[in-house]
Design a protein around this ligand. Structure first.
Ligand code: GSH
Length: 212
């Protein structure tokens, strides 16, 4: 059965799904959102994407895009009203490297920082210090006098923001009272936005196969 809109299998708090929803929103692409219970994934999603991670975007043509970064690239290739992809080749390369570091190193350290009780090799403070040294100091400097990591809104902001948000939420008092004032301003500029709250972070009931 074909849908009249693309279908996004998503999980509200998942940073990968969040950045896909952000890109689709900035590109003004309408879609049907199917909120997934990660402990009980719908067969319809597994049938089109057996690897079982969210986000998964099913286009009306039937094409499946099952990586968040690819969904972001797809979205801005359709429509880019904020000129998110208008960057030099050099900057584009830097953005790719930054996103890769986020997805590999930051995500790994974030998991350990968040679930430090399961990662007793080091203390929670030690994981946080590593995140500060490897990422926060750098981002803070990049945001000095800038609203965005690369001066203008780019895929780097969209790809990293959900991870910084998750980091901030682990210990909100620590983060929002920290010395990372530029990073706090940058994070707030996204997450305090009404559309971010009401559209990107909208709560949807878990999708049931029978509810189509
Ligand atoms: N590389 C994937 C990673 C997606 C991912 O790991 N999503 C998590 C949720 S945040 C997931 O679906 N995990 C599967 C599970 O928990 O069973 C992407 O960028 O889309």
């Amino acid at each position: 059965m074909t849908n009249s809109l693309p279908i996004l299998y998503s999980f509200r708090r998942c940073p990968y799904a969040m950045r896909a929803r952000m890109a689709l929103h900035y590109s003004d692409i309408a879609y049907d959102l199917r909120e997934v219970d990660l402990k009980n994934k719908p067969q319809a999603m597994l049938d089109i994407s057996p690897k079982g991670t969210v986000p998964v975007l099913q286009l009306t043509s039937g094409e499946i895009i099952e990586e968040s970064l690819e969904i972001m690239h797809y979205a801005i290739a359709q429509n880019d009203p904020e000129s998110i992809c208008a960057v030099s080749k050099e900057t584009d390369l830097e953005i790719q490297v930054l996103i890769q570091k986020n997805d590999i190193e930051f995500a790994k350290l974030l998991r350990k920082y968040k679930y430090f009780e399961k990662h007793k090799e080091e203390t929670q403070e030690s994981y946080r210090k590593q995140i500060e040294d490897l990422f926060l100091i750098k981002y803070e400097n990049m945001l000095e006098g800038n609203d965005f990591l690369f001066g203008k809104k780019s895929l780097a902001d969209i790809a990293t923001l959900p991870f910084i948000r998750q980091f901030a939420l682990v210990d909100e008092d620590w983060f929002f009272e920290s010395r990372y004032k530029n990073l706090i301003r940058w994070l707030n500029s996204f997450i305090c936005n009404e559309n971010f709250k009401s559209v990107i972070m909208a709560k949807h009931p878990t999708w049931k196969e029978s509810s189509c």
